[in-house]
Ligand binder design. Structure first.
Ligand SMILES: [Zn+2]
Length: 298
């Protein structure tokens, strides 16, 4: 059984970039007769915007998405994430860290794929008492590689490309990396189709899956929608909310962005018929262009 999922963050309304990701994962799952789950990624409660998750649900309904089962909220699943952390801690794979950002920047001697690599200070010396501690995963020299269905072969060496990364923050919130791995595993997700901005997170997630004894899904990272300034469409750079009307036209634009070979008369079809066409003809986009061009007005 194929199980796909869409996991928006309720930090604002859905925009064209998030619609493209939703359409891709939906078509991927439905074209294989699979299920499609919805998960609200609100693990970082400090970024949550009031009313945004209801708005996202309403927009998904309007665009004709139908999901299987109950939608889950990460903010209600802390116990499950804590169990995973306890498991790692019991195996001496996680340790508390009280280093400040500045201390890490000053003592790091190595650059990884996302900036300064944590030098392992608190792995060698106990974390300072009386200060809230983050929890870091102890990484090894292991190479993690996977074959992305769109982006091709990817590989990172955990200790030297990533370093010991935070799985629970000092403010008590679990990291995205841990939460998403626990959720994908417990929901039985087999196919992850999402934006290429998460491509570099995937080796960390696979590494966690291996440590926690979980299966690794199939991954496909689709090209990102950029705005005219060449930035990824996002809530941070004020991407517009999806229009409430002309949903057929917007859906067709999303399919066009995803390089689907649309028939000439697609514009004459109903929303339902467009979806029917989409998952009967679905093929993953190619990575011929690293980032798609925003050819739409939204
Ligand atoms: Zn530390």
């Amino acid at each position: 059984m194929v199980i796909g999922r869409f996991a928006p963050s309720p930090t604002g309304p859905l925009h064209f970039g998030s619609l493209v990701a939703a359409v891709a994962s939906y078509c991927d799952a439905r074209s294989q007769g699979g299920q499609w789950l919805l998960r609200m990624e609100d693990v970082d409660t400090t970024r949550r915007v009031a009313g945004a998750s209801d708005e996202i649900i309403a927009a998904l309904h309007r665009y004709g998405f139908v999901w299987d089962g109950e939608m889950i909220y990460q903010s209600r699943r802390s116990d499950l994430y804590q169990q995973a952390l306890d498991f790692l801690r019991d195996k001496n794979l996680a340790y508390p860290c009280t280093c400040s950002r500045k201390e890490i920047a000053d003592s790091s001697t190595r650059q990884g794929i996302e900036g300064a690599i944590y030098p392992g200070t608190c792995r060698q010396h106990p974390a300072k008492a009386g200060i809230p501690a983050a929890w870091r995963l102890q990484t090894s020299d292991k190479d993690i590689c996977f074959q992305d269905k769109v982006q091709g072969r990817q590989q990172h060496t955990m200790a030297t490309d990533i370093g010991d990364f935070v799985i629970k923050r000092a403010d008590g919130l679990f990291s995205y990396q841990l939460a998403v791995v626990v959720d994908d595993a417990l929901q039985g997700v087999t196919h992850v189709v999402r934006g290429a901005d998460l491509l570099h997170s995937t080796t960390r997630q696979i590494y966690l899956q291996q440590l926690l004894g979980y299966a690794t899904p199939v991954y496909a990272h689709i090209p990102l929608v950029m705005n005219t300034a060449g930035q990824k469409l996002s809530k941070q750079n004020l991407a517009k909310a999806l229009p409430a009307d002309n949903v057929e036209t917007v859906l067709i634009e999303a399919l066009r962005f995803l390089q689907q070979p649309l028939p000439d008369n697609i514009h004459t079809r109903s929303l339902h018929a467009i979806w029917q066409w989409a998952y009967t003809h679905w093929q993953l986009p190619k990575n011929t262009i690293a980032h798609g061009k925003a050819s739409h007005q939204w």
